[in-house]
Design a protein around this ligand. Structure first.
Ligand code: PLP
Length: 466
């Protein structure tokens, strides 16, 4: 005879009850059943008494809500870093978003409508890139790290690539020139010193094993003081004489002269193309497009690069191609670029305009936060981000939030307040510096949306719930 024990209700009998029927309606039968099983086995494992059917249903609802809420969510990036890698870098213009939506179904990704034959996915952006950079040919891959990998693997596998010791860059986390070289199967030949590299250093290093010389943009640092780098025209001449390609990893790479909007100058791709045989740069840094890595330059070398089997592993999807096609088209009309391309619009924003936004929002935010907090308008410095123009900041204005009464515990108060803003339906992300939670308003365009969020934070203040 089997032993008789009091057991929690079976999954099947629970699922038959109305409160679980409602859950199944909302989240589906299988998800609800699996979740209920997981909840029950968790309770059993923890020897916890099973709550009643109502309690179980509530537990399941909370868990299923968390499961079905999107994980990737839009946020207000008020961190002061315009191209914030963790927050998705460049915001796309509506033209790109519309083009992504329009081509998300069946589209001419690799299809030639004239011949009904196979096309190439590069065709949608190659002509635009060539026109905008002066390059003979172009191809595009998943990101700039992939672009560098592919170029080195194609042109320098089992041979040497010469790089100045002043340019052995590490970009955020895992992109390091020596490691990428190794992964690409190229041997790194370092020349010069950290602070000074001369033309003779390159010329003397070139030998039968040399595949190419490479210049890497020092995107996130600057070497100052007693320094020397080989000017691009000179390095190009050395490479030409030795009959090896000159590759330039520009990193951010801008397609237009940024100084016309009062921004710090950054070498343009066109300038780099005038000297280098191959130039690589990101699509989602200063260019303001989607994540990708552009490779432009000599037609014979691009052809070789395109034939590398790795391109199949690194190729772009149609959504990115759609975004890039739309963004590059905006560059055909440079007079309106600063108005239409969000990245440039935000970078070029005048400090006085940002300060005006801050003064408009300050009373509203102060009212929403109530008596526990103080809100002031303060000047601040925005960063461009993503390793673009690392040492230059842009004067801006922020809302600085501090506890109404200073004292011990202020640090924790700031952390809690920042967390409360991050928990809003449309999370607001700022940063804590100099004793205040700061929202840099350079990147705020949707003032009404921001204010609606601020209103939602008020109840937490009233309850002292931070
Ligand atoms: C940012 C950067 C990269 C990497 O580009 P991703 O598009 O982030 O892969 C490579 N080289 C340089 C010099 C960079 O600045």
């Amino acid at each position: 005879m089997p032993e008789v024990r009091a057991r929690p209700p079976s999954v099947d009998s629970l699922l038959g009850q109305p409160r679980f029927a409602a859950l199944q309606d909302e989240f589906g039968r299988i998800a609800t059943r699996d979740d209920l099983r997981a909840v029950l086995s968790g309770l059993r494992a923890g020897n916890a008494p099973a709550p009643g059917a109502d309690g179980l249903a509530e537990l399941c609802r909370t868990r299923l809500r968390a499961l079905t809420q999107p994980s990737m969510r839009p946020v207000f990036n008020l961190t002061g870093t315009v191209l914030h890698t963790n927050l998705g870098r460049a915001p796309l213009p509506p033209e790109a978003i519309r083009h992504i939506a329009a081509t998300a179904g069946a589209c001419t990704l690799e299809y030639d409508l004239d011949t009904a034959g196979r096309g190439h996915r590069d065709t949608h952006i190659e002509a635009l890139l060539c026109r905008l950079t002066g390059a003979e040919a172009a191809t595009v891959v998943n990101n700039n790290a992939a672009a560098v990998l592919l170029v080195l693997n194609t042109l320098a596998r089992d041979r040497e690539a010469i790089v100045s010791r002043g340019e052995l860059v590490e970009i955020g986390g895992s992109f390091r020139i020596p490691d990428i070289m190794a992964r690409a199967g190229a041997r790194l030949r370092e020349v010069g010193t950290t602070n000074r590299t001369h033309p003779a250093d390159f010329a003397e290093a070139i030998g039968p094993q040399t595949a190419l010389a490479m210049k890497v943009h020092t995107s996130n640092y600057e070497i100052q003081g007693f320094t020397a780098a080989v000017p691009e025209p000179e390095l190009a001449a050395i490479c030409r004489a030795a009959n090896i390609p000159f590759v330039n990893d520009l990193g951010s790479g801008t397609l237009v002269d940024l100084s016309q909007w009062g921004l710090p100058p950054e070498p343009t791709v066109r300038e780099a193309v005038a000297h280098a045989d191959v130039v690589t740069f990101s699509g989602d840094k200063l260019l303001g497009g989607a994540q990708c890595g552009c490779i432009v330059g000599r037609a014979d070398l691009i052809k070789q690069i395109r034939r590398n089997q790795l391109t199949r592993a690194l190729r772009l999807g149609k959504l990115t191609i759609a975004a890039m096609e739309a963004v590059l088209r905006l560059y055909l009309h440079p007079e309106r670029l600063a108005e239409r391309l969000p990245t440039l619009r935000l970078l070029a924003r005048k400090p006085a305009d940002i300060t005006a936004v801050a003064h408009r929002l300050q009373p509203e935010l102060a009212r929403a936060l109530g008596v526990l907090a103080q809100v002031r308008v303060e000047p601040c410095a925005s960063q461009i981000g993503s390793g673009a123009l690392p040492l230059r900041t842009l004067p801006s204005a922020c809302l600085a939030i501090t506890p109404a009464t200073a004292g011990r515990g202020a640090g924790r108060w700031l952390e809690r307040t920042a967390a409360a803003f991050r928990r809003l339906p449309a999370p607001v992300v700022g940063h804590i510096a100099e004793g205040a939670l700061r929202f840099d308003l350079r990147t705020l365009e949707d003032e009404a949306g921001f204010l609606a969020q601020c209103a939602a934070i008020a109840p937490a203040t009233a309850e002292g719930g931070w």
